[in-house]
Structure formats: structure tokens, C-alpha cells
Design a binder for this molecule. Structure first.
Ligand code: 5GP
Length: 221
């Protein structure tokens, strides 16, 4: 009988506009070891999003019932809405040996790490703050008020990066996908040297520069 090794639980966070969605899509299309968890949310679908694909779209009442039934591994509020990770899919796929990807914000990431200490926490960042702002604006899915709230939230999230294990820069998406996969292979192989390239301590300067620019945006500079 073939015994599957338990998969890795991988949390991906990053500033809104860092390109996490595209990264997740490419990883699951290119490699078959990944299973992408679909979150529940109370936010309205964006044009092109469908229920059960990007998210399970819920009313506030439905979401609160999921919390009460203990159906979620974690949940958090992010810019006026609830977001949470359904438990069943994650546990089933880990048991099947899949590496499960959770694309969630920082409060949720820390809750997952607390429950499952072996979780790999990865922070995805654009190369600089101007790129971050222009990606959010060019995405054309949010009004300026929401973009500003998301930029404010980004500067809060930047303060929590030290809690993560690794940072990957998304400058070019193909390179980002390759680097992500290289890191996960290195984790499976316990290849500490290969993992070190992405360690937070070796990449924190990029985040520090973004932090400073986000503060300047806040001041309106
Ligand atoms: P968006 O509205 O842009 O799709 O997502 C907003 C934020 O919510 C992102 O930072 C995303 O990572 C986070 N998020 C999405 N799903 C979940 C979830 O299940 N739990 C938590 N804690 N955050 C989530």
C-alpha cells in the first residue's frame, strides 16, 4: 500500500496588489503537488469572480453560522469584510499528501501558525511601493477610497513581516513562480542552504523601503 507523506501547509500573504492571485493560479496550473484552499468571504464578488472559484461568497449571517459551527480554521476582518478558511478541504488534502496553499492576510496567518506550528509562512512583495500602488490602481477593481484603505492596511501588514519565514519578490511573475516552487522543494528536502536565500532576515531591506514609502503615501507625499 502506498503511504502518502503528509503535505506542507503553506500560507501566502502579501500586500494587496502583490500579485498573489496570479502566483497561486500559475502554481496550481504548472504543478500537481499544490491544492489551493478556497476561502469564504462576505465581500461582494468582483467582475469575473464566481462563487466557489475565487471565494465562497457568503452573507454576514451565513459567515457567522460557519464560525459558530467551527467550520473555519481561522477567520479575520479585513477592510470591512470577513474572510475565513474552511477546515475540511485543508485537512483532507494535507492527509492526501498535497501541499495546501492558503492565501490569507496576516492575522489569519498567525492563527494558522499557532494551530499548526510547522506551517510555512511566505510573504510576497512587489519590488517597491510605487509598483504596489500602480498595480492596485491599474487593477481597476476598487475605488480610490478602498485603494487608500488597502494601502493603509499594507503599511500595518508590513510591520508584521518579521513573523514570516520567507519573503519572495514578485517583480517578474514567471521568476516568482519558479522561486516559490524551488523553495517548497527545498523545504521537502530539508535543504536549509537553499531555503536561506528567501529567509526574512536576508530580504527585510526591501520591506523596510516599502514601509517608508507607504508612510510617505499616508502623509500625502
Ligand atoms: P481580496 O478582497 O483582495 O480578495 O482579499 C483581501 C485580503 O483578504 C487579502 O490579503 C487576502 O489574502 C485575505 N484573505 C483571503 N482569504 C482569507 C481567509 O480565508 N482568511 C484570512 N484571514 N484572510 C483572507
Amino acid at each position: 500500500m502506498k503511504m502518502n507523506k503528509r503535505g506542507l501547509l503553506i500560507v501566502i500573504s502579501g500586500f494587496s496588489g502583490a500579485g498573489k492571485g496570479t502566483l497561486m493560479k500559475s502554481l496550481t496550473e504548472e504543478y500537481d503537488n499544490y491544492a489551493l484552499s478556497i476561502s469564504a468571504t462576505t465581500r461582494a464578488p468582483r467582475p469575473g469572480e464566481t462563487d466557489g472559484k475565487e471565494y465562497f461568497f457568503k452573507t454576514k449571517e451565513e459567515f457567522e453560522a460557519m464560525i459558530a459551527n467551527n467550520d473555519l480554521i481561522e477567520y479575520a476582518q479585513y477592510v470591512d469584510n470577513y474572510y475565513g478558511t474552511p477546515k475540511e478541504y485543508v485537512l483532507a488534502n494535507l492527509n492526501e499528501g498535497k501541499d495546501v496553499l492558503l492565501e490569507i492576510e496576516i492575522q489569519g496567518a498567525l492563527l494558522v501558525k499557532k494551530q499548526f506550528p510547522e506551517t510555512v509562512l511566505i510573504f510576497i512583495t512587489p519590488p517597491d511601493a510605487n509598483e504596489l500602488k500602480s498595480r492596485l490602481i491599474n487593477r481597476n477593481t476598487e475605488d480610490m477610497d478602498t485603494i487608500n484603505k488597502r494601502l493603509n492596511r499594507a503599511s500595518e501588514e508590513a510591520l508584521g513581516v518579521e513573523n514570516y519565514d520567507y519573503i519572495i519578490v514578485n517583480d517578474d511573475i514567471d521568476t516568482c513562480v519558479d522561486e516559490f516552487h524551488e523553495l517548497i522543494i527545498a523545504k521537502h528536502d530539508n535543504n536549509i542552504e537553499a531555503c536561506n536565500k528567501y529567509c526574512v532576515s536576508n530580504n527585510i531591506n526591501i520591506i523596510n523601503e516599502i514601509r517608508e514609502s507607504l508612510c510617505d503615501f499616508k502623509k500625502g507625499e
